[in-house]
Design a protein. Structure first.
Length: 447
């Protein structure tokens, strides 16, 4: 296999006290971090010091589930609204990208187009939209619905939603605003385009009341392991967050998505696939393993069982089953989905219920010395299992500084990661092209 000459892309996941579900209980973590802006500002600056491509924040527009006994044992009961947080972080950073999550199921396209265009202007071209269709069914109750939109319908809505948003971002030509004091013309009406979209789910006239974003379109991020999710990702995503824990599965997903994109006429190099990974770093492998074990020991069984049930689906009732016994017979879900992946691992490795929820809670851990972490990153990257990683730091604030100080220099020394930001915008740093305005392109083609 030919050695790659491009470089890793790295995202830093922002998660209150840390990504580990019991992080807030550990002495190394800040327990009251959820709404502390100074905490997030320090993390953002550490990530920028490490030359990370982007910060990423996940979101649901509800509590993370209505099982309060389990939820009360996590730090997930409160968190910032993502676009608000990213707008604030835009003011205290200069180079790092800002990826905010927003659902297509419980928003309107005009809202999302306007907000992300604004964030792109505020940050001078560093905004990215993580397009999700919502996985927490409780969200429906906050928007006048008694039940969640069906899986297939959510993805159909998401496809049209995406198309409307991108159309609205093209409401203005790049040079539509001369702001000429002498002539008195603020904008050129001939360079304004009205979308006039009418589809199955949306009727949106437009135009957007924000100038075209500096990046043309903010970067589009998506994560989908089911068949509809992969189809959407191959068609629209520029960055894909993946969840594979093993190299062969990651390689198969990587190849599948790149081939699907090529079949749709897209350049596969313009899709960056970033699996999530959680580094536990120690001076020795034994110290790193001990650190991981400390976090795992803090997971309450009530929380562990809820985490497992949420992954497998709320139709799964594990009450009354022996935690140290096998998982009961469980039907598969959407083919290739997270649920299917978990069931496959449980059966293959003969895991008990407790072992399985601990496996889930641990995320995708890479446990070892800084050299071990760098070796794993290089093996996955050169093995064409990824284009980089979405790094889930187990606890904040300390684990990101350990990574930046001890792992990043190793990646840089191996030529796998940048020493300085090369571009001005997130697109430029990711090596993604700036899209042309569809309306201008059509007019040029007719001319």
């Amino acid at each position: 296999m030919t050695r790659r000459t491009d470089q890793l892309k790295l995202g830093a996941f922002l998660a209150n006290s840390g990504h580990h579900v019991a992080a807030w209980r550990h002495p190394l973590a800040q327990a009251d971090a959820s709404l502390d802006f100074e905490h997030f500002k320090a993390i953002a600056r550490s990530a920028e010091r490490g030359r990370f491509d982007a910060l990423f924040v996940a979101d649901v527009v509800a509590l993370w589930g209505h099982h309060l006994d389990a939820l009360s044992r996590t730090a997930r009961g409160e968190h910032f609204e993502p676009l608000t947080l990213m707008a604030a972080l835009a003011a205290v950073t200069e180079h790092i990208g800002l990826i905010a999550t927003a659902t297509t199921s419980y928003n309107e396209p005009y809202h999302i187009a306007r907000k992300f265009a604004s964030l792109d202007h505020l940050s001078k071209g560093r905004a990215a939209w993580n397009l999700v269709t919502s996985v927490v069914s409780d969200e429906a109750w906050n928007f006048g619905r008694e039940s969640h939109i069906e899986h297939a319908d959510r993805y159909q809505r998401a496809e049209e939603f995406h198309d409307v948003v991108k159309g609205l971002w093209d409401s203005w030509d790049d040079d539509a605003f001369p702001r000429d004091k002498a002539s008195g013309q603020y904008f050129d009406p001939d360079k304004l385009h009205t979308l006039n979209h009418r589809g199955q789910h949306f009727a949106v006239r437009g135009p957007l009341n924000v100038a075209r974003p500096p990046q043309g379109h903010p970067v589009l991020v998506q994560a989908g392991a089911s068949e509809p999710g992969k189809a959407l990702a191959a068609r629209v995503a520029e960055v894909i967050f993946a969840s594979h824990h093993e190299l062969p599965a990651a390689q198969a997903f990587y190849q599948d998505i790149k081939q699907r994109a090529a079949a749709l006429g897209r350049d596969p190099d313009h899709i960056k696939i970033l699996p999530g990974v959680t580094p536990f770093i120690g001076e020795t492998r034994e110290q790193a393993q001990a650190l991981f074990d400390e976090f795992q020991a803090l997971i309450d069984p009530v929380l562990g069982l809820r985490l497992l049930a949420d992954t497998l689906g709320e139709d799964i009732d594990l009450s009354g089953h022996d935690l140290d016994g096998p998982l009961p017979e469980t039907p598969a879900g959407q083919r290739g989905s997270r649920r299917d992946q978990v069931l496959e691992v449980a059966r293959r490795d003969n895991l008990s219920i407790r072992q399985l929820y601990l496996r889930l809670a641990g995320g995708n851990p890479v446990i070892g010395t800084p050299e071990d972490i760098a070796d794993t990153f290089e093996a996955w990257f050169q093995g064409r299992a990824c284009d980089g990683f979405n790094v889930f730091f187990p606890y904040f604030p300390g684990s990101i500084d350990t990574f930046v100080d001890q792992v990043i220099p190793l990646l840089q020394a191996r030529g796998l990661f940048r020493r300085e930001y090369e571009g001005r915008t997130l697109r430029e740093n990711l090596g993604l092209p700036r899209p042309a305005n569809r309306f201008s392109a059509r007019e040029e083609a007719r001319a």
